[in-house]
Design a protein around this ligand. Structure first.
Ligand SMILES: Nc1ncnc2c1ncn2[C@@H]1O[C@H](COP(=O)(O)OP(=O)(O)OP(=O)(O)O)[C@@H](O)[C@H]1O
Ligand SMILES: Nc1nc2c(ncn2[C@@H]2O[C@H](COP(=O)(O)O)[C@@H](O)[C@H]2O)c(=O)[nH]1
Length: 206
């Protein structure tokens, strides 16, 4: 399917810093629209229904899967997460630049459905720093942190399937990398529109 908006996907092991990077990107770039996912996990800290996530129970999530309401969904860290098809497609159709912050399984599902999607994987600088970030964030129980670190091993192996990899060591550099990816895709899109217009004109001149 071809839509006028750009579609960006950012994935990372838990704690690598993707939410922080995406937040900073959005503060600097008002054209990026996030998609609010559905999840069966419980809210953390100050998280609010409809802002960070739509928090639903298992039965509601299953009903949405049955209705084909998700453009992608996956089991992540023992819970289910999904992206609303209606939301993403209507934003893209309206020409918005949409950013999905989802896990690697969802990212690969998105690439199969939207060939133009740009997939970025964020890596932490080291294992020690990944653990330290999860601990410093202080929002997950120790056993949840251990499970997320364990899952990170398999997740890291997926980086090779992404279009871009960013190492989030120095935050400001990683942010610049992400901004460059967004900028390059916008330029590419503009260039394609120009070429299409020129080819169309040439054919009609013939
Ligand atoms: N470059 C960085 N240097 C030091 N700390 C960082 C850096 N980037 C992010 N952090 C911190 O690391 C912690 C984890 O970041 P964040 O919550 O953005 O991770 P995440 O990848 O979105 O995790 P999750 O998938 O669990 O939501 C936060 O406390 C954040 O402030
Ligand atoms: N496949 C999907 N993954 C998603 C979605 N929304 C979030 N996520 C990913 O889940 C983990 C854990 O997130 P957390 O908020 O519980 O820390 C993280 O990798 C997210 O990117 C989604 O809609 N689909």
């Amino acid at each position: 399917m071809d839509f006028p908006g750009n579609l960006f996907v950012v994935s990372a092991p838990s704690g690598a810093g993707k939410s922080s990077l995406v937040r900073a990107l959005r503060e600097a770039d008002g054209r990026i629209v996030p998609s609010v996912s559905h999840t069966t996990r419980a809210p953390r800290g100050q998280e609010t229904h409809g802002r960070e996530y739509f928090f639903v129970d298992d039965a509601e999530f299953s009903a949405l899967v049955e209705q084909d309401a998700f453009v992608e969904w996956a089991h992540v860290h023992g819970k289910r997460y999904g992206t609303s098809r209606q939301n993403v497609e209507s934003l893209l159709q309206a020409g918005q630049d949409v950013l999905l912050e989802i896990d690697w399984q969802g990212a690969l599902q998105i690439k199969r459905r939207f060939a133009q999607a740009v997939l970025t994987f964020v890596l932490p600088p080291s294992w020690g720093e990944l653990r330290a970030r999860l601990q410093r964030r202080g929002e997950d129980a120790p056993e949840v942190i251990e499970m997320r670190l364990e899952n990170a091993r398999a997740e890291l192996a997926q980086a090779k399937n992404f279009d871009f990899v960013i190492i989030n060591a120095v935050f400001s550099s990683a942010l610049k990398d992400l901004q460059s990816i967004v900028h390059a895709q916008r330029m590419r899109y503009r260039c394609q529109q120009y070429i299409h217009a020129e080819v169309f004109r040439a054919l009609n001149m013939g």
